[in-house]
Design a protein around this ligand. Structure first.
Ligand code: CDP
Length: 250
């Protein structure tokens, strides 16, 4: 670790002034893309991610179809301008891994058996990366799935915790991720109480791990409220437009 970079100051505050249990500000907007069946934009601190959902729709090539359920396909991609050093637009090993991780985090929430022989495509496009993109990607994708009207058991929320300068903290930003000791990304279904993603990069004691997991789950519960409010806003707005259209037809 670079000795010059101090991640926790003498008052116990982090590089961006947050306390150990504080999330970055989270904003979610639903239905931002006209041509997708469902979409969402999440802004979490400086991390900005667009999620688009297409389907359920016919699957090509057809031999990939499943007779008893829909196939969920997921593509995590970073825009070339999303990071400091230009990211090659060609898919990297990391993007292939994160596409799989995000798909596996979302899959248990979706009632795939309702749409046999079809596919649901989820695109997670990172516009700006400042740490925690897999988690914010899961959060945005599950809102986009709901916006597409795809039946789900619960929304899935992503939130990471970790350890920086010996302190267990929630929702790491890029500097904390790079120079901190540990990152623990979690995806959680708050209503079901189920975890669908749990990774750990680094080493924690059992006590620290439990603390990190609890912080990440608490973070997920807070972001869940933002997801629900964003979906409600979109639904209320659509209802209002419909009522106005009905009125003008009368
Ligand atoms: O984004 P997440 O924490 O889920 O995944 P990561 O592989 O731990 O990456 C952490 C951070 O490193 C990203 O959020 C980016 O800010 C940064 N990164 C980068 O600067 N350039 C890359 N090619 C990949 C990641």
């Amino acid at each position: 670790m670079d000795e010059e970079i101090k991640l926790i100051d003498e008052n116990g505050l982090r590089v961006d002034g947050r306390r150990f249990d504080e999330l970055r500000p989270v904003r979610i907007e639903v239905g931002v893309l006209k041509n997708a069946d469902g979409s969402a934009l999440i802004v979490q601190g400086r991390t900005k991610i667009l999620a688009a959902v297409y389907g359920p729709r016919e699957i090509h090539p057809k031999h990939l179809s499943k007779p008893d359920r829909a196939v969920l396909r997921c593509r995590y991609h970073m825009a070339p301008f999303s990071v400091e050093d230009r990211k090659s637009p060609a898919p990297s090993r990391r993007e292939t891994e994160l596409s799989k991780v995000i798909r596996e985090a979302l899959e248990p929430a979706i009632l795939l058996e309702k749409f046999p022989r079809t596919c649901i495509d989820v695109f997670v496009e990172v516009l700006e990366a400042d740490g925690g993109t897999r988690c914010a990607g899961v959060t945005a994708a599950s809102v986009a799935l709901a916006d597409a009207g795809i039946p789900m058991k619960d929304l899935v929320v992503g939130c990471a915790a970790g350890k920086v300068d010996g302190v267990v903290v929630v929702d790491l930003c890029d500097i904390e991720d790079k120079y901190g000791e540990v990152d623990v990304p979690v995806a959680y279904m708050p209503n079901k109480g189920l975890i669908s993603l749990l990774q750990m990069d680094g080493i924690l004691t059992m006590e620290e791990f439990e603390k990190a997991l609890n912080l990440a789950i608490d973070g997920c519960k807070k972001i869940y409220e933002v997801q629900k409010a964003a979906l409600k806003r979109k639904y209320d707005f659509t209802e209002k437009l419909k009522r106005e259209a009905d009125k003008s037809e009368e």
